[in-house]
Design a binder for this molecule. Structure first.
Ligand SMILES: C[S@@+](CC[C@H](N)C(=O)[O-])C[C@H]1O[C@@H](n2cnc3c(N)ncnc32)[C@H](O)[C@@H]1O
Length: 154
């Protein structure tokens, strides 16, 4: 599981709740959260959900919405923040990982100011942004990334 997401969950939630993964890929984090007792579901282009458009889950609202390494693929970036916000409970958290502007590998990255702008425009509060280096040890990768982790509350 994304270790940073797991840490975030452990800090912010006393007990498992309901979560939604936007751009779930192979649904690995969804499966891991379920193992931890969460009700968790995910959507992705690969299961017919296009996050360029607003997605409203019939199972909303959620305690946690997260989206990792998807934002840089989207033309309509603000829409991801709208989707997160509208699927969250009041007081629920949005957790996001993306590549920072200083990343040397991903050329379609974003900077902290832009991210904060998207959160604010959507009405999120308690916005927090962290940057860190992460070594991608996967076969065929083996390089450092600069990651931007942003979290905020509805
Ligand atoms: C790098 S993967 C990340 C997967 C997962 N979140 C993770 O952290 O392992 C990016 C995912 O974004 C999805 N994606 C890209 N553009 C999308 C779009 N417009 N709508 C929905 N999903 C999209 C891709 O299908 C892919 O599964």
């Amino acid at each position: 599981m994304n270790i940073y997401l797991e840490n975030f969950v452990n800090i912010k939630f006393k007990k498992p709740g309901k979560a939604l993964d936007l751009g779930a890929g192979k649904f690995f984090d969804v499966a891991c959260l379920k193992q931890l007792g969460w009700k968790c579901e995910g959507v992705d282009k690969n299961v017919g959900v296009n996050l360029e458009k607003l997605y409203l889950s019939k199972n909303r609202p959620y305690d946690l919405v997260f989206s990792n390494y998807v934002l840089h693929f989207l033309k309509n970036k603000q829409k991801l923040f709208e989707t997160a916000y509208k699927n969250l409970k009041k007081g629920g958290w949005f957790f996001l990982h993306t590549f920072d502007k200083s990343d040397r590998i991903c050329k379609i990255s974003i900077d902290e100011k832009e991210i904060i702008g998207f959160f604010k425009k959507q009405g999120f509060k308690n916005i927090s942004v962290k940057k860190f280096s992460f070594y991608d040890n996967d076969l065929g990768h083996k390089h450092w990334h600069r990651i931007l982790e942003a979290t905020a509350q509805k």
